[in-house]
Design a binder for this molecule. Structure first.
Ligand SMILES: [Zn+2]
Length: 186
């Protein structure tokens, strides 16, 4: 067995995962989370239920590509790319439905509400396909949260709690923007 996960790290993963699931930001087996730990990271295993994470669901992954069981998230290379490109201490990926709906027809989302304008004024939208990892990581240099078109959002923070804040702020602004569009059409 490798290094045991620090209790505080596990606690943060469990609580933020539960929040994301209970907020409807991920399906029962969607999304992923990681926390950086020196030259390694603790990342949710592939296909794990974020709403019900246990110690055995968390993989310890290393920069050389190695990991302790279970198999880490399929987004592990992306998480490494983001850590190499930004000063993130943690990364959260979720599928906020209003934000995804808005991601199809624009290259950037500019929130219209005051909170969004203050905290996440420019949210880049990245196209799926070649160099997707590099594009997402580069967009997270300037913004704390970015959208992958038609898929979901990636947020980085000093902690997972901060990343959760950016995801929830994005979804709140996206929901407001869509409600305004609906009212303006009626
Ligand atoms: Zn996803």
């Amino acid at each position: 067995m490798g290094t045991p996960i620090p209790e505080a790290t596990l606690g943060e993963l469990v609580k933020v995962g539960r929040d994301l699931y209970q907020l409807g930001m991920v399906s029962s087996r969607g999304g992923n989370l990681s926390i950086r730990d020196g030259h390694s990271m603790w990342i949710t295993g592939t296909g794990t239920a974020l709403g019900h994470l246990r110690q055995l669901d968390i993989s310890h992954a290393f920069t050389d590509g190695g990991h302790d069981p279970p198999p880490p998230s399929s987004d592990t290379i992306l998480h490494w790319t983001i850590y190499a490109t930004t000063n993130a201490g943690a990364i959260a990926h979720a599928h906020p439905r209003h934000a995804i709906a808005l991601s199809y027809d624009r290259d950037v989302f500019n929130p219209e509400d005051l909170e969004g304008q203050m905290h996440i004024p420019v949210v880049p939208v990245v196209e799926r396909g070649a160099l997707q990892e590099e594009k997402i990581a580069n967009s997270l240099r300037d913004s704390c949260v970015a959208l992958l078109r038609g898929h979901g959002a990636y947020a980085r923070g000093a902690s997972l709690w901060e990343a959760l804040h950016w995801l929830t702020a994005l979804e709140e602004s996206a929901h407001i923007a869509l409600l305004r569009q609906a009212i303006n059409r009626s």
